[in-house]
Design a protein around this ligand. Structure first.
Ligand SMILES: C[S@@+](CC[C@H](N)C(=O)[O-])C[C@H]1O[C@@H](n2cnc3c(N)ncnc32)[C@H](O)[C@@H]1O
Length: 293
């Protein structure tokens, strides 16, 4: 008999034993398919010497597979009601440590220094709570953690936005923010039927492999991201109109923007969704002298 946590029978038995009720507000949709879990872990390419960081272990379904295939797992779980359950389900795995904290508030860098002092290869692997997918991924990237990458489950639509290329309908400032730091790929589409309770949206697994250097070189990162966000403020508007309405600097701003677009070799009538990262980088650098405060 399959003893894994992620089977419908075992999951239901665990939930019943502990009288657990799901909190929708915490994005609690638990995986009940060991095969899918193993495929997620495969994409992380762990070895017995790797460390794994999990966000939101739930009742430990993914944690168990990570514990079997890595040296150590550190898991951040916000819901204190899951702690006794995790202590129970993960009892056979002494290489797991659970921290009862909101991952968005946690000092992950210090936790890594403490828990993974002798481990060189670190991956984040998670079935993310869908209500905070983007803030979590952005925190993991902006905190500049010493990780090789992230393999995570999220809404299919967000996965499409993250891995989209210029010209695609899904391409936008989120694609650029993530592709600035990583190589982004959608590696699996996952049906609703492998979760309990079933979510309302389709899911996908993405793999983000951290780049040694950001994908493009810019003079001011914060300003680069400001320009990319401004360029997509209204998707149907031209880049000139979006930038003119979003960037502030007196009456002459249109003139400066036209000048910068020209300098960056970008036609003012193009839409943001047609520009690649290189073009955005050139444009941000050309705009910077006019708009830095
Ligand atoms: C989609 S469930 C995944 C559960 C489990 N890993 C699985 O695959 O079955 C998301 C988990 O993230 C937890 N969670 C939600 N918000 C969180 C936060 N801000 N920080 C840490 N954990 C969070 C939820 O309580 C839940 O256990």
């Amino acid at each position: 008999m399959n003893k894994d946590i992620a089977t419908p029978i075992r999951t239901k038995a665990i939930l019943e034993k502990h009288g657990f009720s799901f909190k929708k507000s915490l994005g609690q949709n638990f995986l009940i398919d060991t095969n899918i879990l193993n495929r997620i872990v495969d994409h992380a390419e762990l070895t017995s010497k790797s460390g794994a960081i999990e966000i939101g272990p739930g009742i430990g379904a993914l944690t168990e597979q990570l514990a079997k295939r890595s040296e150590k797992v550190l898991a951040f779980e916000i819901d204190h009601r899951l702690l006794p359950i995790l202590a129970d389900t993960l009892e056979p795995y002494p290489n797991v440590k659970v921290i009862n904290e909101d991952v968005l508030k946690a000092d992950i860098v210090s936790a890594i220094q403490q828990e993974f002092a002798n481990i060189d290869d670190l991956m984040v692997v998670a079935n993310l709570p869908y209500y905070v997918t983007t803030p979590i991924i952005m925190k993991l990237l902006e905190d500049q953690l010493p990780i090789r990458g992230i393999v995570c489950m999220l809404q299919k639509e967000v996965a499409e936005r993250i891995s989209a290329s210029p010209g695609s309908k899904s391409y936008g400032s989120l694609s650029i923010a993530i592709q600035y730091y990583t190589k982004a790929e959608t590696v699996m589409i996952v049906p609703k039927s492998v979760f309990i309770p079933q979510p309302n949206v389709d899911s996908a697994v993405i793999r983000l492999t951290k780049l040694d250097q950001p994908a493009v070189k810019v003079q001011d990162e914060a300003f680069f991201f400001k320009v990319t966000r401004a360029s997509f403020a209204q998707r149907r508007k031209t880049i000139l109109n979006n930038l003119t309405s979003q960037l502030e600097k007196g009456k002459e701003r249109k003139e400066f923007i036209l000048q910068a677009l020209n300098q960056a070799g970008v036609e003012p009538t193009r839409r943001g969704e047609t520009l690649g990262l290189e073009e955005f980088a050139r444009l941000a650098d050309a705009l910077l002298p006019h708009f830095s405060s």
